[in-house]
Ligand binder design. Structure first.
Ligand SMILES: [Zn+2]
Ligand SMILES: [Zn+2]
Length: 112
């Protein structure tokens, strides 16, 4: 076994994950259950941005940067483009006009 590791995506955790399931999830078991609960709430809200945020969380798409609470999230419309988001803002087109974009919704869960 190669012993692949990864850090938990939650900003308040960032523990080193070693269990293969955790490495695949991107979260330790406790953080995964918190994130999964939040994702369900987002999905049940019926709002499209909330649903997209839930998908980002489930797929562990946000990439943590060295700055605590700051994540980079690949654009879905422009290949190779990365948006940078923290709980206060995001530089995507929706975020720039100060709408609460789904990137920020996802980051909000990761830093909670
Ligand atoms: Zn964790
Ligand atoms: Zn955004």
């Amino acid at each position: 076994m190669r012993g692949e590791t990864r850090r938990c995506l939650r900003a308040s955790c960032r523990r080193i994950l070693r269990a293969p399931a955790s490495v695949a999830w991107g979260y330790g078991p406790r953080c995964w259950s918190r994130v999964e609960k939040a994702a369900l709430v987002l999905e049940r809200s019926g709002s499209a941005p909330a649903g997209k945020a839930a998908t980002l969380l489930r797929e562990a798409t946000p990439v943590p940067t060295p700055l605590p609470g700051v994540y980079q999230i690949p654009s879905r419309s422009e290949e190779g483009r990365l948006w940078t988001a923290d709980r206060y803002g995001c530089n995507c087109p929706a975020g720039r006009v100060s709408a609460l974009c789904y990137h920020r919704v996802a980051v909000e869960i990761l830093v909670a």
